[in-house]
Design a protein around this ligand. Sequence first.
Ligand code: ADP
Length: 427
Amino acid sequence: MAAVTLFAVPVALLVSPLVGAIVAAIGVLLILVRHNLYLTQLVQWTHEPIGTPLPHAFGVWDFVFSDLNRRSRQASEARERLSAALDRFREASQAMPDGVMYLSHTGTIEWMNYQASIDFSLDEERDRGAQVTNLVRQPDFVHYLDKGHYDEPFLFHPIHRKGAALLVQVIRFGDHRKMVISRDVSHIEKLETMRRDFVANVSHELRTPLTVVGGFLETVIDAEDDLDLADRNHYLGLALEQSGRMRRLINDLLTLSALETGAPQPAEELFDVGGIVREIGRETEALSGGRHTVVVEVDCDCKCQGSPKELHSAFANLASNAVRYTPDGGTVTLSWQLGKNGVGKYCVRDTGIGIAPEHIPRLTERFYRVDRGRSRETGGTGLGLAIVKHVLTRHQCEMKISSRLGQGSEFCVIVPAARIVSCDRPS
Ligand code: ADP
């Protein structure tokens, strides 16, 4: 446009100075209009979304627009890269098993991952921008955050999540901002509680018979001259009984400890399950001493793959419990049968005292007893079913318990088909 004007003005001046002036004026006007048009386009472009290209222009504007287009493209590429990096960082933070929450220098929540929202019972979207101590108001948490010494993590028990324990660690970064990391340690705390309970239980279980033995021995020593031989033998017999109880308890503890610490699995072999069940039947009759009717029903003679020693002891434990928790005159039935899908089923049914439903899920816990007194009276240690459960788990067997209070119980062991090798129905 400027070149055309520069060329047209001298030509017009040759015609007349007035025409030259008019052409020059029109030329300047057109130049102004065009600049104005590009300027307007530029202003409009600043309102467009970032990355929108400027239209093609002429002259100096072409240079300006191209330069702006290039810079805008670079800026939007950098922005995309940054946003992709931020997305990746957020995805990684979301995938973390720990809770992560960012706090501004004033303590407001800037961002949190899903786990942090669960740990602190917060809402990822709604609570962004809120003061964290207005939402998590437990005094110990507020104190830890305010006091500013974050060398040690802090064990936090959120009131909204019963039984949960979180290890909370604050890390400072940037300009007085904080990252709050929370790790769920509920299971570790539960294990610690179980360990403490276990030690307390063992100490209690051993102390009781030890006190009784001590008491009897004291009586025998103190009243040496006053006791006749029969009394003396009676007290010594009772002391012997209690020492037997301690021995049984220690044996059970050692067995359990070997099973729990992953002692090497005993060599597996093929053995006759029916034969073992019949043998346990004879042992059960001996244990009952004629006080119960013992019935043995072996449906098939199978060979089973596993440790005969361990399975014998687990199966026998269920049978001895049936005798111990069935009043005289009751019936104990041991059965072994092959299910339709090839699984083996060993059941011990009794007509004994039965178990209320609320106790059933806890019976395999160490030292869990429905009636502590009765268990002790019958020589129980409270560890039998815990040992049975471990042995069965090692053999991928499952235990099913059904019972009715006052009517009797049934403990069944399901042996997976893969362990049953061959079966013959007895003729
Ligand atoms: P314990 O040495 O006390 O018998 P166990 O681990 O063998 O320990 O059993 C745990 C508890 O389960 C027992 O104390 C008893 O209350 C209950 N129990 C086990 N078997 C029977 C059964 N056949 N009938 C009724 N209660 C039973």
